[in-house]
Design a protein around this ligand. Structure first.
Ligand code: THU
Length: 126
């Protein structure tokens, strides 16, 4: 699975987003240590704070299938280039990644990869 292919999965997932309130669609696809891919989209609620981000939706599916290590996560929004994860998702990603993990976003026709330490220099941990 190339990062371009992983991004294609995220693009597909973004088409399933349920966003009647923000109209801001996001798709995310996670590549795990065992080379499986899990995708998710954001889904909103009339009680706005209950909204689930695409990244956490995709990671939840991976976890529910027994996966624990993220090699890469691609994130895509048709509404915004360089759609980096929100702070809450950065913390959740950090639980399941290391500094080799690539956090991939799309900027025009190009992909850009971030490390978690760039996006979240000081993660909360126990
Ligand atoms: N959203 C995500 O899915 N991921 C992020 O990292 C940032 C925000 C969603 C939540 C909400 O449905 C919409 O984007 C606007 O905030």
């Amino acid at each position: 699975m190339t990062y371009e292919e992983l991004m294609e999965k995220a693009i597909e997932a973004s088409k399933k987003a349920y966003t009647p309130y923000s109209k801001f669609n996001v798709g995310a696809s996670v590549l795990t240590e065992s080379n499986k891919v899990y995708s998710g989209c954001n889904f909103e609620n009339a009680s706005f704070g209950l909204t689930i981000c695409a990244e956490r939706n995709a990671i939840g599916s991976a976890i529910a299938d027994g996966e624990r290590k993220i090699k890469a996560i691609a994130i895509y929004s048709p509404n915004q280039d360089n759609c980096v994860p929100c702070g809450a998702c950065r913390q959740v990603i950090s639980e399941f990644c290391d500094d080799n993990t690539e956090i991939i976003v799309k900027i025009g026709d190009s992909l850009k990869a971030y490390k978690i330490t760039e996006l979240l220099p000081e993660r909360f941990s126990l």
